[in-house]
Design a protein around this ligand. Structure first.
Ligand code: ARG
Length: 394
């Protein structure tokens, strides 16, 4: 057990509330407090008129961008279906377009240049918790491809009137447990203390108790089923040991991180229809792990330990020991993913790509909504071009 990975911090209860794509969650300098550890409550389903408006807007956009001609007949069929059933079913093409569009619209995501290459797995027929857990493991296998990570979303059954769709309670398909020890100390990732305790309450016996125990999936089937826990099969979880390119002592810290960030508890909303269980992933940007997950003082809080190993003067902030430790941690993360052959981007590359994305979209006459505080990387912000401008927040 690693003492430096224990933290005196109480589990923060869930808050939640986010809708849309969280693909850049914490990718930027967002404070990330009050973060979501159990899912948001189901939002109110749009009523008839709101659903019709959202559906028509989406169908028009789809027909326009996919050059499908007059959307009128399709809109009329959708309206008739809404009148008869209270909802409507997307065609496969609409689902694929809608999922890509959700990524394109994700104002917090710096990685949107590749939005139209998102692979979409249509598993809308799945409603039962066990099936969703198994298909989620399959999602991870298909996303990771031995390290050549591909952006993928698996879409499970939508919410329907009087019958909520299934839900995945985990923030991501792969997350590390945060065990609350005596005196409020936490072993593992304090961010996940809530879901860890919740899974224990459901009967999960817990893992071996390391700082990097993979959590089970907590899944609730459609129609107000109760949440159940499922082991995540080890062959679905690729992890990368984090070592430093020069400092051999770094390996003794036994740091690691999972290869695939797969957001799992956000609602994919397309044309007024909510798909509450639609896990999706891109690949990591190094700073998410090196400047946030392993570094934040309310996460793994590694900077003091690293500074000690690096022989830095921690007596005064003005020695910039935190800054120097951060840079070395980020070098270690990038080096380790490269060595393991696992796709990872860095904040300089991704910033350039984001500006390329903005240019491309603007040439198509589309406005790109973006939140500065999420887009700007949490390390060396001003050394990246995304820092030196403002964004539309549509
Ligand atoms: N920041 C989150 C994490 O560290 C992942 C959010 C999604 N990131 C991404 N590159 N698609 O786990």
């Amino acid at each position: 057990m690693h003492n430096f990975l224990r933290r005196a911090k109480h589990a923060t209860p869930a808050d939640s509330g986010t809708r849309g794509c969280g693909a850049a969650e914490q990718a930027a300098g967002h404070p990330g407090h009050g973060t979501s550890q159990v899912p948001r409550p189901a939002g109110p389903a749009p009523d008839g008129p709101a659903l019709r408006r959202a559906a028509a807007e989406f169908i028009r956009l789809h027909h326009g961008e996919a050059r499908r001609g007059d959307p009128g007949p399709r809109i009329a069929r959708v309206f008739a279906e809404i009148d008869a059933t209270g909802t409507y079913r997307h065609t496969h093409d609409e689902l694929v377009f809608g999922a890509r569009l959700a990524w394109r619209n994700a104002a917090r995501c710096i990685g949107r240049l590749y939005w139209c290459s998102l692979h979409v797995l249509d598993r809308r027929e799945l409603t039962a918790a066990g099936d969703i857990a198994a298909a989620s493991a399959q999602h991870l296998r298909q996303a990771v491809r031995g390290g050549r990570i591909r952006p993928l979303i698996t879409v499970f059954a939508p919410d329907a009137p009087g019958r909520p769709g299934p839900r995945i309670w985990n923030e991501q398909l792969i997350r590390y447990a945060g065990y609350q020890g005596p005196g409020g100390r936490i072993v593992g990732d304090p961010r996940n203390a809530g879901i860890t305790a919740f899974a224990r309450g459901l009967g999960w016996p817990g893992g071996p108790g390391t700082p990097f125990d993979v959590l089970p999936l907590v899944v609730q089937g459609a129609g107000d089923d109760r949440p159940r826990w499922f082991w995540l099969p080890p062959d679905a979880v690729l992890e990368v040991p984090v070592e430093h390119p020069e400092h051999a002592w770094w390996a003794e810290l036994e740091l690691r991180w999972h290869a695939v960030p797969a957001l799992a508890c956000m609602c994919l909303e397309i044309g007024g229809v909510c798909y509450p269980a639609a896990p999706f992933n891109g690949w990591y940007m190094g700073t998410e792990i090196g400047a946030r997950n392993l570094a934040d003082s309310d996460r793994y809080d590694l900077l003091p330990r690293l500074a000690e190993g690096l022989g830095l003067d921690t007596a005064s902030d003005r020695s910039l020991w935190k800054d120097r430790a951060l840079v070395e941690l980020n070098r270690a993360v990038l080096h380790s993913f490269d060595r393991a052959g696992v796709t990872m981007t860095d904040h300089h590359t991704e910033s350039r790509r984001f500006l390329a994305h903005l240019g491309r979209e603007e040439r198509k006459g589309r406005t790109v909504g973006a939140e500065w505080s999420w887009i700007v990387p949490p390390l060396s912000g001003s050394a990246t071009p995304v820092f030196h401008r403002t964004y539309d927040t549509v």
